[in-house]
Ligand binder design. Structure first.
Ligand code: PLP
Length: 445
């Protein structure tokens, strides 16, 4: 028997704590969702919402679970629902690792399976430190790597919210296309950024640096496509000084960019470690992964990694992950994004900038897109979207308009992310842009 809306509201008010904003404000702002289907979610009144960001850019296959995934999960629950990863080996762990070794390039052949993106980055950092015997980790200011202590210390964004950083993290400027320009064109920018990075590595002392950890395309920071040559520069500096190159594919991985992994958009970049999560199970069950190349995997054949977590390599999540990845391959989900929806996304994002004075710089790669909301009076960014600030009323009106239009979106600062399920159709995508345009038109930014 389902609870009524009143029962749920009452219990939520009394007992549920939200995690991002203040609980009361966040609880009142979000709809009570009852059901999902395809790219859509439905609230208690049956109102339909288009999922404009695949929730936290993770429900990559939308809200209808394929039969093959349901069957794999049910079978695992029926036969062996749980075994602790340190005390038993299960078939889906071996099968998923083998499948991933086939789809990742080069000798990225060894796999660990934590339960979240943050944990995957924690593990990757630990692996790099143990492998090199060094401690420093270089990361970008414009980055998000997770909400646990180490991953948050690696994170560059959200710094104002921090209480205390773990030691050993050094922040990098990167060739960010929004605020600051390193050069006349992309090639110039990437060359100068390479020179600056090398100087910084020398300044820090290369033999103190375990790893450089970056998102190939920073996602939460605004879908910041680096100039071609930048990731290659990181690769060559890592090679020169024996530093481990870690690419965080938690958000970009599994097809979001129109390639299986974001770093594959750049030629000749083979990271030493890749972390991923979200799309691995299309967010239907919690599971993450750390892929490592053979030279690192070999180190841990005879040295303990010393990593333990109750839910790492969870059999049911692994069965789900295997079935999801298999489904993506069988249905050519990534190829379909590339051919069918990425061109619509690019065109629609570009025309938003042309048609709306309050929209600046549309950035789109695959179904990974973002633009900035600016004031038409001052040209300043309309920030913060999270609440408060001089534009608070306009932002609140815009959010109400989006809700009325039936578009579930999230905002960071002045940015509007557009990251719908990879299974969205071109018609649904155009329809979403129609809803966004109507909401934008209703507010005088
Ligand atoms: N890394 C990146 C690039 C992310 O976008 C995120 C989450 O948004 C994380 C790590 C953290 O993942 P999780 O929330 O699963 O811990």
């Amino acid at each position: 028997q389902n609870w009524s809306k009143q029962q749920i509201d009452r219990a939520a008010k009394d007992h549920v704590v939200f995690t991002y904003g203040p609980t009361d404000a966040q609880r009142d702002a979000v709809p009570l969702l009852r059901r999902g289907e395809g790219s859509y979610l439905y609230d208690d009144d049956g109102k339909q919402y288009l999922d404009w960001t695949s929730q936290a850019v993770c429900a990559n296959l939308g809200h209808t679970v394929p039969q093959s995934v349901k069957a794999a999960v049910a079978q695992q629950l029926d036969t062996l629902p749980y075994v602790y990863g340190g005390l038993g080996l299960v078939e889906p762990r071996a099968r998923l690792a083998s499948l991933l070794s086939e789809i990742l390039p080069g000798d990225l052949n060894g796999f660990l399976f934590p339960s979240s993106g943050a944990e995957a980055n924690e593990a990757a950092i630990r692996i790099a430190r143990q492998f090199t015997g060094r401690s420093k980790i270089l990361t970008r200011y414009r980055s998000y790597h997770g909400g646990t202590a180490t991953a948050l210390s690696a994170t560059g964004d959200f710094r104002r919210n921090f209480i205390e950083d773990a030691p050993g993290f050094v922040r990098l400027m990167d060739p960010n296309p929004m605020q600051f320009s390193w050069g006349r064109d992309m090639a110039d920018a990437s060359e100068r950024a390479r020179g600056a990075l090398r100087e910084q590595v020398l300044g820090e002392g290369p033999d103190t640096i375990a790893a450089i950890l970056v998102e190939a395309i920073p996602g939460s920071a605004g879908v910041l496509l680096p100039p071609d040559g930048y990731l290659q520069a990181i690769r060559s500096i890592c090679d020169e000084f024996g530093i481990v190159m870690i690419i965080d594919e938690v958000m970009a991985g599994f097809g979001r960019t129109g390639k299986m992994f974001g770093f594959q958009r750049f030629d000749d970049v083979l990271p030493d470690i890749v972390t991923f999560a979200k799309g691995l199970t299309a967010a239907w069950l919690p599971l993450a992964g750390v892929a490592m190349r053979s030279h690192i995997q070999d180190h841990f054949r005879t040295n303990p990694l010393g990593y333990g977590a109750t839910y790492q390599a969870h059999p049911v999540s692994l069965a789900c992950g295997y079935a999801v990845v298999k489904h993506m391959l069988d249905e050519d989900i990534v190829g379909r994004v590339q051919r069918e929806t990425a061109p619509v996304m690019e065109a629609e994002m570009a025309s938003l900038v042309e048609d709306f004075a309050c929209i600046r710089q549309a950035r789109a790669v695959g179904l990974f897109a973002c633009c900035d909301l600016v004031s038409t009076k001052t040209g300043d960014r309309v920030a913060p979207m999270a609440g408060g600030g001089p534009n608070a009323e306009k932002v609140a009106a815009f959010k109400r308009a989006l809700k009325e239009e039936g578009l579930i979106a999230f905002f960071r600062n002045c940015m509007i992310h557009v990251c719908p399920p990879l299974t969205i159709t071109p018609e649904e995508l155009r329809d979403g842009f129609g809803r966004l345009r109507r909401a934008l038109s209703s507010v005088d930014f």
